[in-house]
Design a protein around this ligand. Structure first.
Ligand SMILES: *Cc1c(COP(=O)(O)O)cnc(C)c1O
Length: 396
């Protein structure tokens, strides 16, 4: 079957939920991927902030192969060895005391919403169930998480939504303060909004939100599905603010491409869950745990947070220089290797032309180019992407 036939067959049999680029990727190594014709691409999407160690990282591959020979799946009816190890590593390296494992970002956020409600019912009163979330946020595609997501385009056609959510503009403390009422049980936000366009709040914002939560005795839930596990140059983005959340969710980079999610909380909050309250058949599956253990260990042991910060600064400076040459670049912003470039024009054509020239980048919200490459990229990789962007933007 050739490339065209494969794409036609996929379109015939797979539900029409994705707009795909017409290439078939079959192989990856480090920051590079290859299509079925052998064409090479430099991958600055990394599966949307997932493959932070690069594709087929030897330590993750070895861990998965070893686990595949031992045990694929049992059930959370029993203790699972690599689950215990990963939970300890996450607890040792974060604010949290307890972890719940699941399989995706949406599922982690579902678990967080359920835990917040359960905690509030038991500790704050039955009339406290409302969560305040942010406009332009993104929390996933399940019914609860599209409700939490403050963007109508993800909710359109799926009403009625879940009860108990209100939305305020991101990075607006007075709007947030004004939205808190006697029904509020918590605030849920991304430390940096990813899907919404890499929106970075003021330096003091998250600390002020923490203060507000303490003052009103409500919970702070941080969705670090995209920012977590090293993406912003710290293991978790909340660390930049010197605060501790009550609940945090992780997924994307946690398994370097193996599906895995996690919801973490302090003991005080986590005690609201008891056996039977929440579960997932695949959550904490041995293969997923093997991949995540290897990923987290590699990030911590190989100094990749420093590499991320350093390459991020290099990339950001290069984009700012590019901005002086192209008036379609409105703003350049980023933290670590979560970087964006907002344009005065639609970014779709730029993404397509980069793809033709062998570079994968992503466009979010129509006019924002988003760069979330593997944390292992070199300065030469950055130079290559900048050169190609320069060519592509010429005359636009
Ligand atoms: C990607 C993302 C999600 C959803 O994760 P899925 O694994 O696709 O369910 C949730 N929150 C944020 C911040 C994300 O970037």
């Amino acid at each position: 079957m050739n490339e065209k036939e494969l794409m036609a067959q996929a379109d015939e049999n797979i539900m029409n939920t994705y707009k795909r680029f017409p290439i078939v990727l079959v192989k990856g190594l480090g920051q590079k991927v290859w299509d079925v014709n052998g064409k090479e691409y430099l991958d600055f999407v990394a599966g949307i902030a997932v493959c932070s160690l690069g594709h087929c990282h030897p330590r993750v591959v070895a861990a998965l192969k070893e686990q595949a020979d031992k045990l694929f799946h049992v059930s959370n009816l029993y203790y699972i060895e690599p689950q215990a190890r990963l939970a300890k590593m996450l607890v040792d390296n974060s604010f949290a005391d307890k972890v719940f494992f699941c399989n995706s970002g949406a599922e982690a956020n579902e678990a967080a919403i359920k835990l917040a409600r359960k905690y509030a019912h038991e500790n704050l009163g039955d009339d406290k169930f409302e969560l305040i979330t942010m406009k332009d946020s993104f929390h996933g595609r399940t019914m609860a998480t599209i409700t939490a997501t403050g963007q109508e385009k993800f909710q359109f056609g799926f009403t009625p939504l879940l009860e108990g959510f209100t939305y305020v503009p991101f990075n607006d403390l007075s709007a947030l303060e004004a939205a808190i009422n006697k029904k509020t049980c918590g605030i849920m936000l991304e430390p940096i909004q990813g899907e919404g366009g890499v929106n970075i709040p003021d330096v003091q914002y998250l600390a002020k939100v923490r203060e507000m939560c303490d003052r009103h005795n409500i919970l702070l839930i941080v969705d670090e599905v995209q920012t977590g596990v090293g993406r912003t140059g710290k293991l978790f983005a909340y660390e930049h603010s010197g605060i501790k959340p009550d609940i945090m969710t992780l997924a994307k980079a946690l398994g370097n491409g193996f599906p895995v999610g996690a919801m973490l909380a302090t003991n005080k909050i986590a005690q609201a869950f008891s056996p039977g309250n929440h579960a997932s058949t695949f959550g904490g599956n041995p293969l997923a745990m093997a991949a995540a253990n290897a990923t987290l260990k590699t990030i911590l042991e190989e100094g990749l947070l420093d590499v991320c910060r350093e390459r991020g600064e290099y990339f950001l400076a290069a984009l700012k220089k590019l901005q002086t040459r192209h008036k379609i670049i409105q703003e350049v912003r980023g933290m670590g290797l979560m970087i964006a470039c907002s344009l005065t024009i639609e970014g779709g054509d730029i993404v397509k032309e980069c793809l033709k020239k062998g570079v994968l980048i992503n466009c979010t919200g129509g006019k924002t180019l988003r760069f979330v490459p593997p944390l292992i990229i070199s300065t030469q990789d950055v130079d290559q992407v900048i050169n190609i962007l320069n060519e592509v933007m010429e005359g636009k």
